[in-house]
Design a protein around this ligand. Structure first.
Ligand code: HEM
Length: 361
């Protein structure tokens, strides 16, 4: 299987080719970035990168868009869950989205089953590794085999498409919003890239340690946007306590990551976008854990399982975009709003920006 770096690099190439044809125009980056991220997830899960004109890929794209729509925030079901048993437009949309996605997921799973035996020991994509986990658990009689039913495998793959595409996409969209609203930050990132990497060399993961300001920009984008403001709800499995507060077994517990990221006790001027808060006096990135109130991927046993993958992807896509383009306010369009719209994730309002190609120096 290709490394994540190779996957993202090849998707970056396609993204840049598409953006080149949009230079000078007012562009909504949502779809372009969405195609990139979805294709990275497909490659990881199915071991297959699509051409964006492929009908199957377009069906996956449609299902992802509808899935997000089905989670729009103003749903009464969030307040009165009992209403989910009544006919409901949102649930209908979600079911329709899954009906578009599931046959594709099932098809890939079946195709993987066909050549599983010969390639069993190879480290391939997620489909393959799930089948291997199933085969191993059958062989050693472990309990996992009871959970890895066909329905469960499809549900895991479905979840990964949802969790792996919309999250990263939302952060990428925010990064464009902040670049346009803070041109001085955009120029600083660009200058850092040009000074460290040069114009002609391609950015790789090895450059991560050498581009602290760009990394700080990504951190600050994730702090300010807090795309998963309440993470995912959890439930206590025993009587416990946090910070001296007793919490009974079976209580729903919600992390307020949004409040954490804007807590004035933890952050100076928490509402100001300032990447340099993640840097020390020598311009070096603070070590992981330095900002105890910075948890964009949540914390604990159920912390985002793809944190390191997401960070790699964000680094390669964002620095690749900054190196090649300048994003500015589009003619006759307002500046992209920095106020988020709640939904499945806290994303930016729909907006258009102008893409300029960086001149060769
Ligand atoms: C910048 C991108 C991402 C952010 C900010 C993010 C954030 C989060 C957060 C806050 C959670 C909830 C943790 C909790 O329950 O407390 C989560 C869970 C999860 N994320 Fe991510 N995520 C990102 C990218 C991804 C990607 C790329 C994938 C998969 C390829 C992924 C897969 C998952 C899964 C499967 C869970 C559930 C984990 C579990 O319940 O054990 N995420 N993520």
């Amino acid at each position: 299987m290709k490394t994540i770096e190779n996957l993202v690099t090849s998707q970056n190439y396609d993204l840049h080719t598409r953006l080149d044809s949009l230079v000078g125009r007012a562009v909504d980056m949502h779809r372009e970035l969405g195609l990139t991220v979805l294709n990275v997830v497909c490659a990881m899960i199915f071991g297959h990168q699509y051409s964006i004109n492929d009908a199957e890929f377009q069906q996956l794209e449609k299902s992802t868009t509808l899935f997000v729509r089905g989670f729009e925030y103003d749903s009464f079901i969030d307040v009165f869950p009992i209403l989910r048993y009544l006919p409901n437009r949102r649930i209908k949309t979600l079911m329709y989205a899954l009906s578009l996605r599931n046959p594709i997921v099932k098809k890939h799973l079946e195709n993987h089953r066909k050549d599983f035996t010969e390639s069993r020991h190879e480290n391939k994509d997620l489909c393959h590794n799930l089948l291997r986990a199933l085969a191993d658990s059958i062989a050693d009689g472990s309990v996992q085999k009871d959970y890895l039913t066909d329905d469960c495998l499809v549900a895991i793959l479905d979840d990964m498409i949802g969790a792996g595409s919309e999250t990263t996409l939302t952060v990428l969209r925010w990064s464009v919003v902040y670049l346009v609203n803070h041109p001085e930050v955009q120029e600083k990132c660009y200058e850092e890239i040009i000074n460290v990497i040069g114009e002609n060399q391609m950015i790789t993961l090895e450059h991560r340690g050498s581009l602290p300001y760009c990394e700080a920009f990504i951190h600050e984008t994730m702090r300010m946007s807090s795309i998963a403001p309440m993470a995912v709800p959890h439930k206590t499995t025993c009587n416990t306590s946090i910070g001296g507060y007793a919490i009974k077994k079976n209580t729903q517990v919600i992390f307020n990551l949004y409040a954490l990221h804007r807590n004035p006790v933890e952050w100076s001027q928490p509402f100001t976008f300032d990447p340099s808060r993640f840097l020390d006096n020598n311009g070096k990135l603070h070590p992981p854990g330095y900002h105890r109130a910075y948890l964009p991927f949540s914390a604990g046993r159920r912390i985002c399982l793809a944190e390191s993958l997401a960070k790699m992807e964000l680094f390669l896509v964002i620095t690749g975009l900054i190196k090649k383009y300048r994003f500015v306010q589009a003619d006759n369009e307002p500046l992209p709003s920095m106020i988020g719209v709640p939904g499945l994730f806290l994303g930016p309002k729909a907006h258009k920006v102008k893409i300029e190609k960086r001149p060769c120096r």
